[in-house]
Write a protein that binds this ligand. Structure first.
Ligand SMILES: Nc1ncnc2c1ncn2[C@@H]1O[C@H](COP(=O)(O)OP(=O)(O)OP(=O)(O)O)[C@@H](O)[C@H]1O
Ligand SMILES: [Mg+2]
Length: 436
């Protein structure tokens, strides 16, 4: 009988070729001045791809250097589900089956090597539960989204017995621990830390065409953060892309054209901004601010100002989704039910957008990273202009300062823009930078 030889699938035979910037990060590994590496890179740079090669090398070195097998090799992500989804299949493809002592364990996403070492995927949300072994190497992917204590309280002590190495990778998310690790790896930082920074473009995986699309879709600060790997702070004006010189342009309200409303339900003040849409461009033409009021009063005011033959069918409202629960009327109806009963079309979002996402999309409409402006405000909207100009972040936080009272009209504008340009019904959700 002829001996059958197991055929190795083609993709296993072909070893990955790292790009030049990936190679720079990789080659610095396991040098004495780079025990702790940090790679800060734009989205889709190839961070996770590099992680596979790093895992392979760590396995090889553990064997070559006779590292006691109780020291494990980990890929860590913000949570286990994410580690499994993003990396487990790639890891199984990256580690040759001849290195394995048994079949990969699909439940805890681990592999036992013939040398006795264990390679596994872990989630850092539950970092306390991870103690118990030594560590030879750990890659922390999306480090900005992991709790910093996972390093100081769990990973760093576990690496100490073998003088193990670590690589942190991620896309910036403000002035946080990813930035601290980055700074620590720069000249003047720790002697055993090295850090790198590369943009998405340098990664070479995303075409200039795609980047251009992102530039026109995102506000400048978000683009710099996500694609240019820049650490951006939240400070100063919340709607930083709005400015009086470029964003304020006259436009009369035309009650014969369709109207779009952004609505923030408040008792004091009940707020609403009113817009025309022409193609891709929005123009605010009016504002309604009613002190000590309720949703019935708002509907009455809308009817008084804009009804056509007593009807509101030409109006589409984008209200605060919280209005699906709130019952402020005497009859116990929700705010959104009151709007719907008025005859307007109501786009009721089933989930609350993150404040950050709402603000990013609003800024992107006022001015996107490629400099185009797609939202304007009529000069008669005096209160709105004041709010757009004045709402600021509370010092040292990324929270808009609500005590100023400038937030309500900004919220109105945000619900409308998010609803129009970013909201996907739950069936149509897909992964994008929003919500990161
Ligand atoms: N050296 C390479 N050779 C071939 N393809 C690559 C290389 N590096 C990355 N890629 C491909 O580019 C795409 C993005 O890579 P990867 O998922 O590693 O990026 P990422 O930086 O982790 O992205 P994200 O920011 O979404 O986490 C993937 O399809 C990956 O297979
Ligand atoms: Mg990744």
């Amino acid at each position: 009988m002829p001996r059958t030889t197991r055929k190795v699938p083609k993709q296993l035979e072909q070893r990955a070729r790292l790009t030049a910037p990936q190679g720079l990060i990789y080659r610095a590994g396991w040098q004495p001045d780079a025990r702790f590496r940090t790679a800060v890179c734009g989205r889709r740079f190839g961070k996770t791809f590099l992680a596979v090669e790093e895992m392979r090398r760590a396995c090889r070195l553990a064997v070559q250097r006779n590292v006691p097998p109780e020291n494990e090799i980990w890929y860590a992500a913000p949570n286990f589900k994410q580690a499994k989804r993003v990396f487990w299949r790639r890891l199984k493809r990256g580690i040759p089956s001849t290195w394995l002592a048994s079949k990969p364990n699909e439940t805890d996403c681990s592999m036992l090597l013939t040398s006795g070492h264990i390679v596994r995927c872990v989630g850092l949300d539950n970092y306390d539960a991870l103690r118990g072994s030594g560590l030879w190497f750990v890659i922390v992917d999306e480090w900005a989204d992991c709790p910093p204590e996972a390093w100081t309280e769990t990973l760093q002590p576990m690496l100490s017995t073998t003088s193990g190495h670590a690589l942190f990778i991620g896309t910036p998310k403000g002035y946080d621990h990813l930035r601290d690790s980055y700074i620590d790896g720069q000249p003047g930082g720790s002697l055993d830390a090295r850090s790198f920074m590369f943009t998405t473009l340098q990664g070479g995986q995303v075409s200039t065409d795609e980047l251009q699309k992102a530039r026109s879709r995102l506000d400048p600060r978000t683009f710099r953060q996500e694609y240019e790997a820049s650490f951006e702070t939240f400070a100063g004006r919340v709607l930083y892309a709005f400015n009086r010189a470029d964003s304020v342009r006259p436009m009369p309200l035309d009650a014969n054209r369709p109207l779009l409303l952004g609505i923030d339900f408040n008792v004091n003040p009940m707020s609403c901004s009113v817009w025309h849409q022409a193609g891709d461009v929005l123009h605010q033409v009016d504002e309604i601010v009613l002190p000590s009021s309720n949703t019935d009063d708002l509907v009455a005011e809308i009817r008084r100002r804009y009804a056509r033959n007593g009807l509101l069918q030409h109006i589409t409202a984008y209200p605060d989704p919280a209005g699906a629960q709130r019952r402020t009327s005497a009859g116990g109806r929700t705010d959104i039910a009151i709007l719907q009963a008025s005859g307007m079309r109501v786009v009721a979002m089933s989930s609350h957008p993150l404040v950050r996402d709402r603000l990013n999309i609003t800024n992107a409409r006022f001015c996107s990273a490629d400099g185009s402006r797609r939202a304007f405000v009529d000069p008669r909207c005096v209160k709105s202009i004041e709010c757009y100009e004045r709402l600021a972040y509370r010092e040292g936080t990324n929270e808009p300062d609500k005590s100023s009272g400038y937030d309500h009209l900004v919220d109105c504008c945000g619900y409308l823009m998010f609803g129009l340009y970013a909201y996907k019904s739950p069936q149509a959700q897909h992964i994008n930078v929003f919500g990161r």
